[in-house]
Design a protein around this ligand. Structure first.
Ligand code: PMP
Ligand code: GLN
Length: 382
């Protein structure tokens, strides 16, 4: 048995969703929307299942989707991606991450990771033989710190793994942060693997720079996206990778022996969806923004110190101030699911060392009734 996997516990998302079921709780832990997702996209998938091709699609993804991905980023970010040599479809962002890390890390290579980090990152980096070097981000701004970057990079740094926008903090790195990071990446000649699954779930007109649009990073970045987040269809597991041809070629070699391919009917539906008019994206954001406002307002009225979110389905509360001051995040999350029957995620689960232990994440991507019910329940134990 491999000690890396034998030694880690079940993912915090699975654990909290199980507790939510056991306690019949409102589940604001694992991030998934109440909304069933756009009907036309789901209908396209259904049509493709009934009338379309249901055998192995090409290993790199169906051409319609790869072309649609390239068109999408031309439209939104003015990027020129060659769909044949720079775009590949994967089974979710998770597979894209695994393929990228397996392909780009050689045992002993150092990998810069930013805490809080998505739970899959560290086990994948370790299993690929990477040696983690952590940069720790702090609330409420979660920005980059030059001294920490300087300390994390060294002659053995090979890969930098960034999540932008960042889950669980709901923050977006500024262009100045990305320029600073690019300087280190160029200086140490490493590759940036950037998980941008939350790129469309942005609020309050926050300025968002995709990493491929930073000139120094264009040929040094593996950009990862996910239809699960773009269309609020988290169970679909259709992801993709965009990277310069010489990088993509190697990542494709890992992908071919992980999943080889991704359901063709879902690919066809995503190809259609990515061409949707601007108003789909603005309406989606506005809906989640209104949900965030409602939930943040309710929590603030209960005395919680809410850290507003610029992106993702999540907002955080800092327990250091407010009705549960002094309690750590894990104890609070357990107390909340058992006593108030509301599930949340303790943010310390996203750290490997020196964890921030006062922050708790809530998913607000829910109907108003769901959020109001959660607030009523939280109030009952305040
Ligand atoms: N990366 C991040 C930062 C995420 O938040 C998620 C899921 N929410 C994923 C990757 C996984 O994406 P997928 O479901 O497409 O594998
Ligand atoms: N990305 C989701 C979240 O952050 C969870 C995904 C999962 O359950 N693995 O809540």
């Amino acid at each position: 048995m491999n000690p890396i996997y034998a030694g880690i516990s079940t993912s915090v998302f699975e654990t909290m969703s199980r507790l939510a079921r056991e306690h019949e709780a409102v589940n604001l832990g694992q991030g998934f929307p109440d909304d069933p997702g756009p009907l036309d996209v789901r209908q396209k998938a259904a049509e493709a299942v009934v009338e379309g091709w249901n055998q192995y699609p090409p290993m790199m993804g169906i051409p319609e989707l790869r072309q649609s991905i390239a068109r999408h980023y031309k439209r939104f970010h003015a990027l020129d991606l060659n769909w044949e040599s720079e775009v590949m479809v994967t089974s979710g962002a998770t597979e894209a991450l695994a393929a990228s890390l397996l392909a780009l890390i050689e045992p002993g290579d150092e990998v810069v990771l930013f805490q809080p980090m998505y739970d899959a990152y560290l086990p994948l980096v370790r299993r690929a033989g990477g040696v983690p070097r952590f940069v720790t981000l702090k609330p409420p701004h979660w920005g980059l710190d030059k001294a920490q970057l300087k300390a994390a990079f060294g002659p053995k740094t090979r890969v930098v793994l960034l999540n932008h926008p960042l889950n669980p903090s709901g923050s977006v790195f500024s262009r100045a942060d990305l320029d600073l990071l690019a300087r280190y990446i160029v200086q140490h000649d490493c590759i940036l693997v950037c998980d941008e699954v939350w790129e469309h779930v942005l609020f309050y007109n926050v300025e968002y720079s995709p990493t491929l649009s930073v000139p120094e990073l264009r040929r040094k970045t593996v950009k990862i996206g996910s239809a699960g987040k773009i269309f609020s269809l988290t169970g679909w597991k259709v992801g993709f990778v965009c990277a310069a041809p010489e990088i993509l070629r190697v990542v494709a070699k890992a992908h071919q022996f992980l999943t080889f391919t991704t359901p063709p009917n879902l690919q066809a539906a995503v190809a259609y969806g990515l061409d949707k008019a601007e108003d789909y994206f603005t309406t989606m954001r506005a809906g989640f923004e209104a949900a965030q406002d409602r939930f943040a307002d309710g929590l603030t009225k209960l005395g919680f110190d809410v850290i507003p979110s610029q992106a993702t389905y999540f907002l955080n509360v800092d327990l250091a101030k407010g009705p549960f001051a002094g309690m750590d995040d894990a104890s609070f999350s357990t107390h909340l699911v058992e006593k108030a029957k509301v599930a949340s995620i303790p943010v310390s689960a996203f750290y490997a060392e020196n964890a921030v232990t006062s922050v708790v994440r809530f998913c607000f991507a829910k109907r108003f009734e769901t959020l109001d019910e959660a607030l009523r329940r939280i109030k009952s134990i305040c």
